[in-house]
Design a protein around this ligand. Structure first.
Ligand code: HEM
Length: 127
């Protein structure tokens, strides 16, 4: 018996919806908007590929872009602890909006908290 993959639990349609709603919030957030492109279409497309493999689905991101090396790919962007919290708050809101609940949501969100904190590469700008 194969384990049920998180990717199969959420499904492609719901994951896609989550990422679209997430980037709508990112594009409105005062701390995030300035470091993202104005048009988030391509960013969302890549994030759907990445999240698919992050959740155990097919390796769509690696297939098109090579090894994720996510921390390194974020080096050009100043990611402060405040920006990590902002990113997570957009994700939290998006999860609420698309109705992700229960054990799956808890596990997924917890993992994203760890990954988001791992992306921090710039100290807090407030003293
Ligand atoms: C790309 C910011 C956390 C996955 C990007 C880009 C920015 C950014 C500015 C470039 C967008 C573009 O040029 O299209 C942030 C900030 C974070 C964060 C402020 C706060 C901690 C994360 C996390 C993940 C993630 C937690 C995954 C779990 C990605 C992916 C891309 C990306 C897959 C596309 C990479 C590519 O261009 O191939 N992020 N990010 N990011 N981010 Fe993040």
């Amino acid at each position: 018996t194969k384990p049920i993959l998180p990717y199969d639990q959420i499904g492609e349609a719901k994951l896609s919806e989550l990422i679209d709603v997430f980037y709508r919030y990112v594009g409105l957030h005062p701390l995030l908007k300035p470091i993202f492109p104005d048009d988030l279409t391509e960013t969302a497309r890549k994030q759907k590929q990445f999240m698919t493999q992050y959740l155990g689905g097919p390796d769509l991101y690696t297939h098109e872009h090579g090894h994720p090396m996510m921390r390194m790919r974020h080096n050009p962007f100043p990611i402060t602890p405040e920006r990590a919290e902002a990113w997570l708050s957009c994700m939290h809101q998006a999860m609420d909006d698309v109705g992700l609940e229960g054990h799956f949501r808890e596990q997924y969100y917890k993992r994203l908290v760890l990954t988001a904190h791992h992306m921090v590469n710039t100290p807090s700008d407030k003293e």
